[in-house]
Design a protein around this ligand. Structure first.
Ligand SMILES: [Cu+2]
Length: 171
């Protein structure tokens, strides 16, 4: 009888050890960023496909620094800048959004908020509102609460028209 219990205990221990190794590997690959994690700040579609700036956008915005990405949404060009760059987990990041029309004219009458999520897991809501400063510029501060791949949704409301554009960044 006690021999049987002993065998069961050994089997349980082996099972737990194997489970533990897999769980730790999975956690580590998430925390440290595995090969699938996009590190650069890039414009993406809602499902995460990377979007290269169109010739039209490039003609308005020119060459962009690494901490900045841009995409067109309807008749707006949405430029996002992150500071510091690359962002650091647990530290406050500054999000600067610049809104212009396709002719480069600034758009000052928008209401903008962010939705910071991680595509690989549920995270507590992190949805800072941006404050308008001047000349099409809007700013918010918020932390990326952990390492890994993040999706930044920029939610832009003008009148009763609401649209979202998305950017990915890894840290
Ligand atoms: Cu996470």
């Amino acid at each position: 009888m006690s021999k049987k219990i002993g065998l069961i205990a050994i089997a349980a221990l082996i099972g737990l050890t194997i489970f533990g190794i897999f769980a730790m590997r999975r956690m580590r690959s998430h925390m440290m960023g595995d090969a699938g994690v996009q590190l650069d700040l890039v414009a993406v579609s809602a499902d995460g496909a990377q979007i290269s700036p169109s010739a039209e956008v490039t003609s308005v915005k020119g060459e962009l620094p690494n901490n900045t990405a841009v995409q067109k949404s309807g008749d707006m060009i949405v430029l996002l800048t992150l500071n510091p760059y690359p962002p650091r987990a647990g530290q406050v990041s500054e999000f600067d959004v610049t809104l212009t029309d396709v002719n480069g004219q600034t758009i000052d009458d928008a209401t903008i908020s962010l939705n910071l999520t991680m595509p690989s897991m549920w995270m507590p809501p992190n949805q800072p509102a941006l404050e308008f400063t001047s000349d099409g510029k809007y700013r918010a501060t918020a932390p990326f609460t952990m390492r890994g791949a993040w999706r930044i949704e920029v939610v832009i409301t003008r009148g009763n028209e609401k649209q979202s554009v998305f950017f990915d960044v890894g840290l």
